[in-house]
Design a protein around this ligand. Structure first.
Ligand SMILES: Cc1cc2nc3c(=O)[nH]c(=O)nc-3n(C[C@H](O)[C@H](O)[C@H](O)COP(=O)(O)O)c2cc1C
Length: 380
């Protein structure tokens, strides 16, 4: 029996190992934390409708994304501060993704940097680069060229972080003052002005982009020639525009409640996007997904794969590479068990007939999927 029989063991280990400010930074969200809570709450507001009397002795959990076969329909979301959780940072996650045969979307903010991550793995089809665009064209072009040369399978264009949001817990714990990225927008603008005045274009600090446009996206696509994933889509209008601008994969995300507060839960946004895309592009979704059952809800509602930020972060903090692998093993087991109990043997058999809106039985909370962890925290 593993040291971590359940996902809850991994989350609890992360909670015990991480300094409280880092635990809060990973776990919670922006301002009143409405979006982060709603992500979970809206998942908890979906019930399954299962079928019985079917042969479910052989269950196939595989799918494919951008022509790459995934062992389970899960990808690692971009986590910029991943090196806070494991010294190997994004390379640790990329190696696990390669070994387990899923994909890792490597954050442009992550250490050890995109080149070192690509050099550290053999199967480059397992890595996608998450581009946090900025306006200065030469720098963007250089970056896109570098990512292509490094062998990345695709580029994810991150659109939902035009402004760095106010993470009050990080401001209150003091973590924000230690992070260059958490400074106010005014200081960011001032820095951009200073950088421009000094003729600089390539400093990492200036990466946040308030001028992200469709033209920029088209330029990245045509320059790189790589498949493009647009992260941050939450509605039908933007999904349709994304299709018009040649986006290959739509990535439904509200940044895990770490960007705009008071947004919809992403599982609420998913049907609008699915209906607008009409099967012409694959869809990834993230925001609150931590369990196999969560993943299957998204697949039933039209997503091809689910991305995970917090669950990946907790598992990594719990036990590094072994924790992350264990998380995927447990997710795989949960997916097999739930598929069998739903009466399906292939992910493609799931559709909206298998889900229905319901009343949640939990309080809205980022940890609502983990009742034992919630109970232990309450007793502290
Ligand atoms: C600690 C942490 C750091 C993150 N850093 C980035 C980042 O650098 N770029 C990005 O596009 N998204 C980033 N995200 C957002 C995730 O990619 C993803 O959209 C979100 O975590 C999904 O919600 P979930 O955490 O509930 O799974 C980060 C999330 C967390 C938890």
């Amino acid at each position: 029996m593993s040291e971590f029989p359940t996902l809850q063991d991994l989350v609890w280990a992360a909670r015990q190992k991480l300094p409280s400010a880092v635990w809060e930074f990973v776990t919670f969200g922006t301002e009143s934390e409405t979006t982060v809570r709603r992500n979970r709450h809206s998942l908890d507001s979906v019930a399954f409708i299962n079928r019985v009397m079917r042969d479910v002795s052989e269950v196939d959990t595989t799918t494919s994304l951008l022509g790459v076969k995934l062992r389970i329909p899960v990808v690692f979301a971009p986590v910029g501060s991943i090196a806070l959780l494991d010294p190997g940072g994004a390379l640790t996650a990329a190696k696990v993704a390669e070994e387990f045969e899923i994909m890792h979307v490597v954050s442009g903010f992550a250490d050890p940097g995109y080149k070192a991550v690509a050099e550290g793995i053999k199967d480059k089809s397992r890595i996608v680069y998450a581009l946090h665009p900025r306006a200065e064209q030469p720098f963007l072009d250089d970056l896109v060229d570098g990512v292509k040369e490094a062998g990345y399978k695709a580029i994810t264009f991150v659109s939902e972080g035009a402004y760095y949001s106010r993470r009050e817990r990080d401001l209150m714990s003091g973590l924000a003052t230690k992070s260059k990225r958490s400074r106010t927008y005014a200081s960011y603008l001032q820095q951009m002005r200073d950088e421009r005045a000094a003729g600089k274009t390539a400093s990492k600090e200036g990466l946040l982009g308030t001028m992200i446009t469709w033209e920029m996206l088209e330029r990245v696509k045509s320059r790189s020639g790589l498949p493009l994933i647009l992260k941050g889509v939450t509605n039908a209008q933007d999904a349709r525009l994304a299709m018009e601008h040649g986006v290959d994969v739509i990535y439904v995300s509200n940044h895990g409640g770490r960007s705009l507060d008071h947004a919809r839960g992403t599982i609420q946004s998913l049907p609008d996007v699915v209906d607008a895309v009409k099967g012409k592009a694959d869809i990834i979704v993230d925001g609150g997904f931590v369990r196999g059952s969560d993943v299957l809800k998204a697949i039933a509602m039209g997503a091809k794969a689910v991305s995970m930020g917090r669950m990946q972060s907790w598992a990594l903090a719990a036990a590094g590479s072994a924790g992350l692998t264990r998380m995927l093993e447990i997710l795989e087991e949960e997916i097999i068990v739930s598929m069998g109990l739903l009466g399906v043997t292939k992910l493609s058999q799931l559709n909206r007939d298998y889900v229905t809106p319901t009343h949640p039985v939990t309080q809205p909370h980022p940890l609502s999927a983990f009742p034992v962890v919630m109970e232990r925290i309450a007793k502290e």
